[in-house]
Design a protein. Structure first.
Length: 635
């Protein structure tokens, strides 16, 4: 059975997790879920980096013992991962005894074999980055990484003979095009390796920094935090403890990192593995950064996005979907509330939510809910199923190429094709004309495509896709794997029930009420493009008589209206409470958009929208000149 071992960086416990940490971990989770779904033997490791100066300082600031500080802060990560539905197989903490033991064994072995040696060190030290630099590394006399002041240092230290692996590493990168991805990151590493590669100082004097793993051959020193942290990738799967586990999982298939930690992973880590005589991971993949307002997120700018806030506001799955669909993994992406709402409303509420709700309603109307049998397929059905197959193949290819955003887009393409398919086959007309067999075939085909979409998007939105499948009469355990997507699914006896919208639209009203967590993006001038008569004719406007109206508790602008649309009753929520008292509305004939997909506003379903003219804060309902029955089409 093919295996898949995926890792994330282990995160520092000096701070709260933010959207960047959440992204890497969700990406790893989605990959792990896809590989499990493909039937691959999968292991997913994440955890926390608990030694070193950053953590020591954070603990000191809180007046706490180092480990007690770690014990407290690690929970923030563990809880967030639980909330986000992360399915890691192990959570490693570098303060755990087994990890400390492995690090010490590796250090001792490398020391015994002369791969680590002691030497007098004279140079410069950056406290912030915990790194040593030579005179020529400095930029304007400052740290080349962070630009801060550096301290002159003269002391004995221990060094790992990294420099001797330089030629080997250059050759390995050149001959293994999948080793460091995207390819431009491999080039970046090769650029770095054009300069002579120094040996790596792997010790810190306890007098300067005591919070680390003690060197087994010199108790005056602790191990450099990166040397300790990188080893989590092997200690986490049994290295030097459980050889069966280790040979089952190592080498890793995919090591995900952010672009900020490329050098440690593309230079330090491979040379360490080489010295330890271990095979290289198949791929180290460096993704880009999440920015806000095109700027780096930072506490001082106050633009750090807190994942907990986003989950509270939009739900776990929508957040997972947004992060994966919005970022092409190698590049940076910009987070803004506007782009979140736009993507949510267009992909999830409009395209996917709408397709499900149409198929659901049409089936309930046609058969009372039973998913009908499929009759003879016509060309249009085969073409539609073909589009869905193509999307599934695209998703699999994109998975291997780490282009998840494109895979998701391909699946959404099939969803959009689904909405077009319904327009073209017009099942409502088939029902009226009594063409039952054809009607059943169309509804069956649409349900089958929705099932496949649920399978394909389930790693990204596990809970929502379980709900979607449930709406089709498929239980959670039956969603199935990507492998048997095209196999014959047994639809017999499946029944749909009427459902609430899977992804209720986020309306302007609700966004204004929401607390702001991110810096607002620059407003651009709204465009008013011309539309064709065909575009306009897609909007169904009808007359409606107000049968009842009432206020909605705690929503001072909203009213709930019961409307008569000529035999059909609809409930609409409208933001007109400041202009109309509910009792003045009853009996009025107004104009509504009758084919707007439903949305939930303040927990109340709205099945359409009324028309009103706005002048400043004043609203006036669009009404009809003279008597006309309710339910008449306007155009
Ligand atoms: N502890 C080290 C990693 C050791 S791995 C052996 C570390 N930790 S960290 O807490 O700073 O997390 C770094 C990782 O968080 C990045 O590599 C990246 O995966 C993620 N991100 C942090 N900020 C980010 C963004 N703004 N955008 C995307 N991801 C970024 O470095």
């Amino acid at each position: 059975m093919p295996k898949f071992y995926v890792t994330t960086p282990i995160y520092y416990v000096n701070d709260r997790p933010h959207i960047g940490h959440a992204y890497t971990t969700i990406l790893a989770d989605v990959l792990a879920r896809y590989h499990r779904s493909l039937g691959n033997d999968t292991f997913f490791l994440t955890g926390t980096d608990e030694h070193g100066q950053k953590v020591e300082k954070a603990a000191a600031k809180r007046g706490m013992d180092n480990l007690a500080h770690c014990d407290e802060t690690v929970v923030r990560f563990q809880e967030l991962w639980k909330k986000l539905g992360i399915t890691n197989d192990r959570f490693i903490r570098t303060t755990q005894d087994f990890h400390v033991e492995v690090v010490q064994k590796v250090l001792q072995d490398l020391y015994d074999r002369g791969e680590i040696y002691k030497a007098e060190y004279t140079g410069w030290y950056c406290v912030g980055d915990e790194r040593f630099f030579t005179e020529k590394d400095l930029v304007d006399g400052k740290c080349p990484e962070c630009g801060r002041e550096v301290q002159a240092i003269k002391e004995s230290n221990y060094f790992f003979r990294m420099g001797k692996y330089q030629d080997w590493l250059v050759d390995y990168i050149k001959t293994h095009p999948d080793f460091i991805l995207p390819a431009f990151r491999a080039n970046e590493t090769l650029g770095f390796l054009k300069k002579p590669l120094n040996d790596l100082c792997i010790s810190r004097r306890k007098s300067r920094l005591a919070w680390g793993i003690e060197l087994p051959f010199d108790p005056d020193y602790v191990c450099y935090v990166w040397f300790d942290a990188l080893l989590n990738y092997v200690s986490g799967v049994g290295y030097l403890q459980n050889e069966n586990d280790f040979s089952r999982w190592w080498p890793a298939s995919c090591q995900l990192i952010g672009k900020d930690i490329l050098t440690t992973h593309s230079v330090y880590w491979p040379t360490m593995l080489k010295a330890m005589d271990l095979p290289m991971p198949k791929t180290i993949f460096a993704h880009g950064w999440w920015l806000t307002g095109n700027a780096k997120m930072s506490k001082s700018l106050g633009n750090v996005v807190n994942p907990m806030d986003m989950i509270a506001r939009c739900g776990v799955d929508a957040f997972r979907y947004y992060l994966l669909a919005e970022m092409s993994p190698g590049n940076d992406a910009n987070f803004s509330e506007e782009s979140f709402v736009a993507r949510y409303n267009s992909d999830l509420a409009n395209d996917l939510g709408n397709l499900l709700s149409r198929v659901n309603k049409l089936t309930v109307r046609a058969t009372g809910g039973a998913v009908p049998e499929c009759g003879a397929l016509e060309e249009i059905d085969r073409a539609f199923l073909g589009e869905c197959d193509a999307a599934a193949s695209a998703m699999r290819a994109c998975l291997d190429e780490m282009k998840l955003d494109q895979g998701i887009n391909a699946v959404l393409g099939a969803v959009r094709a689904g909405n077009r398919y319904l327009e073209q086959c017009a099942p409502w007309t088939l029902a009226k004309a009594g063409k039952t067999e054809r009607l059943h075939t169309v509804l069956h085909t649409a349900a089958e495509v929705l099932r496949r979409v649920a399978v394909l998007l389930s790693p990204v939105m596990p809970d929502k896709m379980t709900e979607l499948a449930g709406a089709l009469g498929i239980h959670a355990g039956e969603i199935g794997s990507i492998c048997d997507l095209d196999g014959d699914f047994d639809w017999s006896g499946r029944t749909m029930k009427e459902i609430a919208p899977l992804f209720p639209r986020i309306l302007e009203e609700e966004r204004k009420d929401a607390p702001k967590t991110v810096a607002p993006a620059k407003k651009t001038e709204p465009e008013t493009p011309l539309i064709s008569i065909d575009d306009f004719s897609r909007v169904v406007l009808k007359t409606a008589r107000v049968a009842a109206a009432e206020a909605i508790p705690d929503a001072e602008k909203l009213l709930k209206l019961q409307l008569d649309l000529g035999g059909e009753t609809r409930q609409i929520v409208a933001g007109i409470a400041k202009s109309y008292a509910p009792e003045t509305l009853v009996g009025k004939t107004i104009v509504v958009v009758a084919n707007l997909q439903s949305a939930v506003l303040r927990g109340v379903e709205s099945q359409g929208m009324l028309l009103a003219a706005k002048h400043g804060k004043e609203l006036k309902l669009v009404t009809i000149d003279g008597e006309i029955p309710a339910g008449c089409r306007i155009g």
